[in-house]
Write a protein that binds this ligand. Structure first.
Ligand code: ATP
Ligand code: RIB
Length: 313
C-alpha cells in the first residue's frame, strides 16, 4: 500500500514544557527549573502528525476550544496536510493543556487539563468514518472511555483494524476491545492495566500474556522506554531493543513509535521490521526537544537506519 488512509481519533493539547524539573516536589514545595516553552502536542495529534510524516493520508477527529491554542493545533495539522474537517472548535470548553515537567534524562511527569478532549463523542467519530474510507484507525485513551469503545465497535463493523496506544495510564475493562489489531501500552500503562510492572523481561511477558488473554488482539506490544519493546503474539514473547541515542525529551516518543509502527504495517512490513522502523523514528524523537516538532519524516528515519546498517525496501 503506497499511502495508507489513516483515521486518528484522540486528544489535542497545547504543551507547556519546563526543563530541569529534576525532582518531583511535595505539596508546598517549589522546584526551580530552567527554560520553558510551548509546543503543539496531545497524544492524538502527535500520532496524526507522526503518521503523516511517515507517508500516510491522515484524517483527525478531535475537539479543541474556540481559542488561540485550539487554532494553533488545527493549523499544525493543516500545515502537515492532515484533514482537520472533523476537529471541532468547541466554544464551551478550553483547549486541552498539558504541563510537561522534563528532567535531565529527557523523561517527564505531566499534568493534563483535558478541556475539549473530554467531549470527543461517538457522533464525531461516526461522521469521520462515514466521510472517508480508512485502512486503519489509530487511537489512545486521552478521551472519554465510552468514545474509545464506540470507536472500536464502529471501526470493527466496517472491518477496519484498530491500533490502540493505551496511554495515559488507566485501569480499564478490556472486554469491549476484544479483537483489536494491536494493543500497545508503555510501562506505567501496563502496570495500571495489569497490576504487573514490567521491570524485568519475565514480568513484561506475564503482563503481555495477561493483556493478550483479556483483549485477544493480534499483537500486544509493550513499550519499554530505553529497553525497547516486547512483542507478544499469543505464543512467543520477544524483546526488540531500540537504538542508542542521547535522550533529551521523550515527549511524543511513544506516539511516534505507535504511529510509525501502524504505517509500516499498512505499507506491508513484517512485524519485526515495522518495530525496528518505529524504534528508529521514536529514537530520533527522543533526541530532540518538544512534541510534534521532534517527530522525524520517513526519509530521515531511512537515513538513520542506513547509518545503523539497516536497509529498508
Ligand atoms: P512518551 O514518553 O511519549 O509518553 P511512552 O512512555 O509511551 O512515550 P516509551 O516506552 O517511553 O513510550 O518510548 C517509546 C519508544 O521510544 C521506545 O520503544 C523506544 O523506541 C523509544 N525510546 C524511548 N526512550 C528511549 C531512549 N532513552 N533511547 C532510545 N529510544 C528510546
Ligand atoms: O504523549 C505525549 C503527549 O501526552 C504530550 O504531547 C501531552 O500533550 C500529553 O497528552
Amino acid at each position: 500500500m503506497d499511502r495508507p488512509n489513516i483515521l486518528v481519533v484522540g486528544s489535542m493539547n497545547m504543551d507547556l514544557y519546563v526543563e530541569g524539573a529534576n525532582w518531583i516536589p511535595k505539596y508546598g514545595e517549589s522546584v526551580p527549573c530552567g527554560h520553558y516553552g510551548y509546543a503543539t502536542g496531545g497524544k492524538g495529534s502527535n500520532q496524526a502528525i507522526a503518521a503523516s510524516k511517515q507517508g500516510a493520508n491522515v484524517t483527525m477527529v478531535g475537539r479543541v476550544g474556540a481559542d488561540e491554542y485550539g487554532r494553533a493545533l488545527q493549523e499544525a495539522l493543516r500545515k502537515e496536510g492532515i484533514c482537520a474537517d472533523y476537529v471541532t472548535a468547541d466554544p464551551d470548553h478550553q483547549t486541552g493543556l498539558a504541563l510537561m515537567l522534563l528532567n535531565e534524562d529527557g523523561r517527564y511527569v505531566s499534568y493534563c487539563a483535558m478541556g475539549g478532549n473530554d467531549y470527543i463523542g461517538e457522533e464525531d467519530v461516526k461522521r469521520a468514518l462515514e466521510g472517508g474510507s480508512f485502512d486503519m484507525v489509530v487511537m489512545q485513551l486521552e478521551m472519554p472511555l465510552e468514545t474509545v469503545y464506540r470507536t472500536y465497535e464502529l471501526a470493527r463493523e466496517k472491518g477496519i483494524p484498530v491500533f490502540l496506544d493505551a496511554g495515559p495510564a488507566k485501569s480499564i475493562p478490556l472486554e469491549r476491545l476484544k479483537g483489536l489489531y494491536i494493543l500497545s501500552p508503555n510501562e506505567a500503562e501496563t502496570a495500571a492495566m495489569t497490576g504487573i510492572y514490567p521491570d524485568t523481561e519475565e514480568h513484561a511477558r506475564q503482563a503481555a500474556q495477561w493483556l493478550y488473554e483479556q483483549a485477544e488482539p493480534q499483537y500486544v506490544i509493550l513499550k519499554l522506554g530505553s529497553r525497547g519493546a516486547l512483542l507478544y503474539d499469543g505464543k512467543t514473547a520477544e524483546v526488540i531493543p531500540c537504538f542508542r541515542v542521547k535522550a533529551v525529551d521523550s515527549t511524543a516518543a511513544g506516539d511516534t513509535f505507535g504511529a510509525a509502527l501502524a504505517i509500516r504495517l499498512c505499507k506491508g512490513d513484517e512485524i519485526h521490521d515495522a518495530i525496528r522502523f518505529a524504534h528508529a523514528a521514536a529514537g530520533i524523537c527522543v533526541s530532540r526537544l518538544g512534541a510534534q516538532v521532534s517527530i522525524p519524516r520517513e526519509e530521515e528515519v531511512f537515513e538513520f537506519l542506513k547509518k545503523e546498517g539497516i536497509t529498508v525496501e
